[in-house]
Design a protein around this ligand. Sequence first.
Ligand code: ATP
Ligand code: MG
Length: 258
Amino acid sequence: MAEPYYIPSGDEVAVFEQCHAHQLAVMLKGPTGCGKTRFVEYMAWRLGRPLITVSCHDDLSAGDLVGRYLIHHDDTVWQDGPLASAARHGAICYLDEVVEARQDTVVVLHSLTDYRRTLPLEKTGELIHAAAGFQLVVSYNPGYQRMLKDMKPSTRQRFVALDFDFPPAEREIAILVHEGGVDAGTAHALVTLTHKLRGLQDRGLAEVPSTRLLVATAKLIAGGIPLRRACYAGLVAPLSDDGSLVGAMRDLVDLSFA
Ligand SMILES: Nc1ncnc2c1ncn2[C@@H]1O[C@H](COP(=O)(O)OP(=O)(O)OP(=O)(O)O)[C@@H](O)[C@H]1O
Ligand SMILES: [Mg+2]
């Protein structure tokens, strides 16, 4: 696998490596589109571990994580779920948006995230001892979700937490050049505009433009879509349906790219 492109923002690589070495679970907190998933992909590559990703939602059951019996011809066959499979094979198991999952689902993580490092398969009676490289990583977006009230202290206190935020300007510019395919001048202008748009949070903009939106906008520009059109479609329209907010954002675009 090729090295995933990831620009560190601080000491997160070193902290994660220590967590991996000491078999500690990690929680990544930060707004949507700021690089959490990319960071996990990069760390899995760096540590040479397979990565198993699960997107959590409120229908996710313990069985979805642990596994279940499937009917195969006239037989029933046990099939490991992603968590059991990761524990058995020493993979990094990444649970995206973990607070979306119900409490009764999340508790199956507990025995894997303390000294036991085991996962009981109640249906088969097997007790899986996690392989050495197994590591649990979860992420969530503290802003828009149901907040921490949904994660019990007994769950939260099983993780080392890393805070994520949008990269500082010069790193976001480098990301746009690399991922978006625009020149440095255009990337600089886009990042400057984005900082102004992020400033509108005080004026009621609930969601501010993420690095992900910025990369998408840069791709439109690199593909030949005129600057302002690309910004309206890629950076402004996804954020709000409120006419006056959209108007204010379009004005900022027009000022930036007159
Ligand atoms: N530090 C970084 N280095 C390289 N690329 C980055 C970095 N941060 C963000 N990106 C870019 O931003 C995009 C979105 O990042 P990513 O998918 O990791 O966000 P996320 O935090 O997982 O969002 P969500 O919470 O919505 O899942 C990536 O595809 C990548 O192009
Ligand atoms: Mg993600």
